[in-house]
Ligand binder design. Structure first.
Ligand SMILES: Cc1ncc(COP(=O)(O)O)c(C=O)c1O
Length: 407
């Protein structure tokens, strides 16, 4: 399913949105996280995939590979940690903590009884647990019935206490809120609802680093014409898409690229929001192989950015995400093999689907398409089963490919 957003606006980035998220604030978040030991100091690679571009009939496919962001395996390493740092700075103004030193654990004794809690599908919770461990505070993570044990184990390995419920994601969000209320803990969620905006804003703002690095990339400095004509962004609650798209909107104004948000058919809250003209709930079962995108409720704050900015919302079936994972893992003479998890490959799945009927979104032989692989094999056994090869084996082929193609 595809819908052209009837509420999209072609105008410079509005001041009221700029007061919430901006390139300047994204820069500050990036600087505050720069010294965190969990992050890859070189940022993440941006690959051009000429073989895929030729197959799909476009001029270029660029892939920003967020699986390399950190040992945590996903772009979420940019969100929860900065939100936690900013929360602590707001909670303890009298302590005059320095942001960079918080993640180095300098104040762990002062923060030992400070407790944060969140519900998660996996990646956000893993990032929050890792950040809490670095800071030295306590972290409780609520997992719903469909979160696999192989997603639970790494969260627990970062020292988080796990609360398992039998309900779905939305119920895990409610449980986290109840436990926080009862125990005086603070919720660090990546999704926003009325009256809960500061923390999800900081999470989204952290994702601006991805856009900033893309703009700085060597490959693009040497290319003629606009950086890209189309950007495909995976949609869960909408925070990732809002964080990246708002940055590019502020940078390019009316000349911004065409944004396409891609969601699972069963978890179509953003697609439904576009239809309704306001933040809405998903209509499906909210159970998808794309675990990170299996969200039933739109983030209230993210929608403020997505409604005026995203050109198209689309949904894809699970098997197309799996085909995209395999396609990215495949080695070819021209394209580097990449480990893309179920949610990470969804943007490519959206592009492949639209390339069959390209006029709908004005894709043509001149188009330069940006994809962001938002996760690697964050559930290694699921990855092996779906792709038929382990993530480690694909990475070994990637290393060989890069060696062969080094200039
Ligand atoms: C790998 C991956 N990609 C994309 C997303 C979507 O992000 P958001 O929920 O902010 O829309 C998620 C969310 O958990 C994710 O884990």
């Amino acid at each position: 399913m595809l819908i052209a957003n009837p509420n999209v606006k072609y105008e410079p980035y509005p001041d009221d949105l700029k007061r919430i998220m901006s390139i300047q604030k994204a820069r500050e978040s990036r600087a505050a996280l720069a010294g965190w030991s969990q992050l890859n100091r070189n940022g993440t690679p941006l690959y051009s995939l000429p073989g895929l571009a030729a197959k799909l009939g476009v001029a270029e496919v660029l892939l920003k590979d967020e699986s390399q962001r950190s040992a945590l395996g996903s772009f979420k390493a940019l969100g929860a940690p900065i939100a936690l740092v900013r929360l602590i700075l707001r909670q303890f103004p009298e302590n005059c903590f320095a942001a960079e030193e918080l993640l180095a654990g300098k104040y762990r004794s002062a923060l030992a009884s400070f407790t944060v809690i969140s519900a998660t599908d996996g990646n956000h919770g893993r990032a929050l647990a890792a950040a809490a461990q670095s800071v030295g505070c306590r972290c409780v993570i609520v997992l719903h019935a469909n979160v696999s044990t192989e997603r639970e184990e790494p969260i627990a390995a970062y020292g988080a206490e796990i609360v398992r419920i039998s309900g779905n994601y939305d119920e895990s969000v409610e449980t986290a809120a109840e436990l926080a209320e009862k125990n005086g803990w603070l919720v660090v969620s990546d999704t926003s609802y009325e009256g809960y905006e500061e923390i999800p804003r900081d999470v989204m703002q952290g994702y601006g680093t991805i856009a900033a690095e893309i703009m700085e990339a060597e490959t693009l400095q040497h290319s003629a014409g606009p950086v890209c004509t189309h950007v495909f962004l995976q949609g869960g609650v909408g925070g990732f898409a809002a964080g990246v798209a708002s940055y590019l909107w502020e940078l390019y104004g009316e000349q911004r690229p065409t944004f396409v948000v891609v969601e699972p058919e069963q978890a179509d809250c953003l697609y439904q929001s576009a239809r309704a003209g306001k933040a809405a709930k998903a209509t499906g079962s909210v159970d998808s192989v794309m675990a990170g995108l299996a969200c039933g409720d739109t983030s209230w704050l993210a929608w403020k950015f997505l409604q005026p900015c995203v050109d198209f919302f689309m949904t894809i079936p699970d098997d197309e995400a799996v085909a995209a994972m395999r396609s990215l893992a495949d080695s070819s003479e021209e394209d580097v093999p990449v480990v893309a998890g179920e949610s990470g490959a969804a943007g490519l799945a959206g592009l492949v689907r639209l390339a069959r009927d390209p006029m709908q979104v004005a894709l043509n032989a001149e188009s330069r398409v940006l994809l962001i692989n938002t996760e690697g094999d964050t559930a290694p056994e699921v990855y092996r089963e779906l792709v038929g090869e382990s993530g480690a084996s694909v990475m070994a082929r990637q290393a060989n490919w890069l060696k062969r193609n080094a200039q």
